[in-house]
Write a protein that binds this ligand. Structure first.
Ligand code: ADP
Ligand code: MG
Length: 311
């Protein structure tokens, strides 16, 4: 006998609520109920992953569940929010219980690491499409925005850049650049929630790097009405990515490839000493519009494209 829709939800997705004072009602009623503590505001984001567009057909369901949640939590991290709750809309081609078991374990395993409760969702049939809405809390008025970078701010990034891009190339069959770190970064990005919380009080602006540093930093520049200069020599690169660049000459890859899910943030010079996380100073915010990079003794306009749908 095939399992009913709610039977499936009960079996794989209902877990004990961890944040009962916030998530007052979870799965099982028509809607979930969130009690927003006094002095906080809700931070809400949603991200969809479509088979064949965001992940390969036949992708490992456990890693997929993890990554689906990670990319959503990464947006909350960029705002300096503490994640509390998520909903999950699943469109499935069929009910495949071993797939669902792995997927839910990946998803809920990462949720558990941040004490995030799955409080609702939807389950439908169709092409494989996975959507999460993630909710977090931030003290009122304290979220980090893209629009408040200041001239002379130092620009920082967490982690290394380009590993996920290299992992993607390896997955596509470019196996002359084998790198376990790159593959891990591509399949298992880890949301920089703790870093976002730690820099919330010193950063003027922040974004998560989902489409490549160049295109994501440009969002900060545009919305803040400023420009920036990056220093190529300071861009943090893993050995694998360095080897890739040495071999191919494609130095722009770590600046243009997506899915690193690191944070890019700006801090005014007088607050730089209070930064309490591992990060790298890669450039500076300037009054002159545009994004420039200093490389091999020259300053040039940085024209690289990040990933865009419909283009
Ligand atoms: P309704 O028909 O009223 O929209 P559903 O029958 O779709 O409700 O869902 C019943 C309950 O199960 C709701 O609380 C809903 O949020 C939850 N739910 C449905 N699908 C999922 C899912 N994939 N993950 C988590 N919760 C789910
Ligand atoms: Mg209903």
């Amino acid at each position: 006998m095939s399992i009913s829709e709610f039977g499936l939800i009960e079996k794989y997705f209902i877990k004990k609520i961890q944040r009962g004072s916030v998530n007052r009602i979870g799965i099982g009623d028509d809607c979930a109920l969130i009690d927003v503590p006094l002095g906080y505001e809700l931070v809400i984001t949603t991200d969809t992953m479509v088979e064949g567009v965001h992940f390969f057909s036949g992708a490992d369901p456990r890693l997929l569940g993890q990554k689906l949640l990670a990319v959503n939590l990464s947006d909350l991290a960029a705002m300096g929010a503490e994640p509390t709750s998520v909903t999950l809309a699943l469109t499935l081609r069929e009910v495949n219980e071993s797939w669902l078991k792995e997927f839910s374990e990946g998803f809920l395993g990462l949720a558990n690491q941040f004490s995030v409760d799955l409080i609702g969702g939807d389950t439908t049939s169709g092409a494989l499409i996975l959507t999460v809405q993630a909710v977090g809390l931030v003290p009122k008025g304290r979220a980090m925005l893209r629009s408040s970078a200041q001239i002379d701010d130092f620009i920082f990034v967490t982690g290394n850049l380009g590993d996920a891009g290299l992992g993607f190339k390896i997955e596509k069959g470019n196996d002359c650049f084998s790198s376990d770190d790159a593959l891990k970064k591509f399949h298992q990005p880890f949301p920089k929630i703790n870093e976002g919380l730690a820099i919330r009080d010193c950063a003027n602006s922040c974004i998560d790097i989902s489409d490549g540093l160049a295109s994501d930093l440009k969002h900060i520049l545009k919305q803040s009405g400023v420009g920036a200069k990056l220093d190529w020599d300071k861009i943090p690169l893993s050995k694998g990515v360095k080897r890739y660049i040495d071999t191919t000459g494609d130095w722009q890859m770590p600046l243009s490839a997506g899915e690193d899910y690191e944070l890019c943030f700006t801090v005014s010079p007088d607050k730089v000493d209070s930064i309490d996380i591992d990060c790298t100073h890669v450039g500076v915010i300037e009054a002159k519009a545009g994004l420039r990079i200093q490389r091999l003794g020259k300053t040039e306009e940085l024209v690289v494209k990040g990933f865009e749908h419909f283009s």
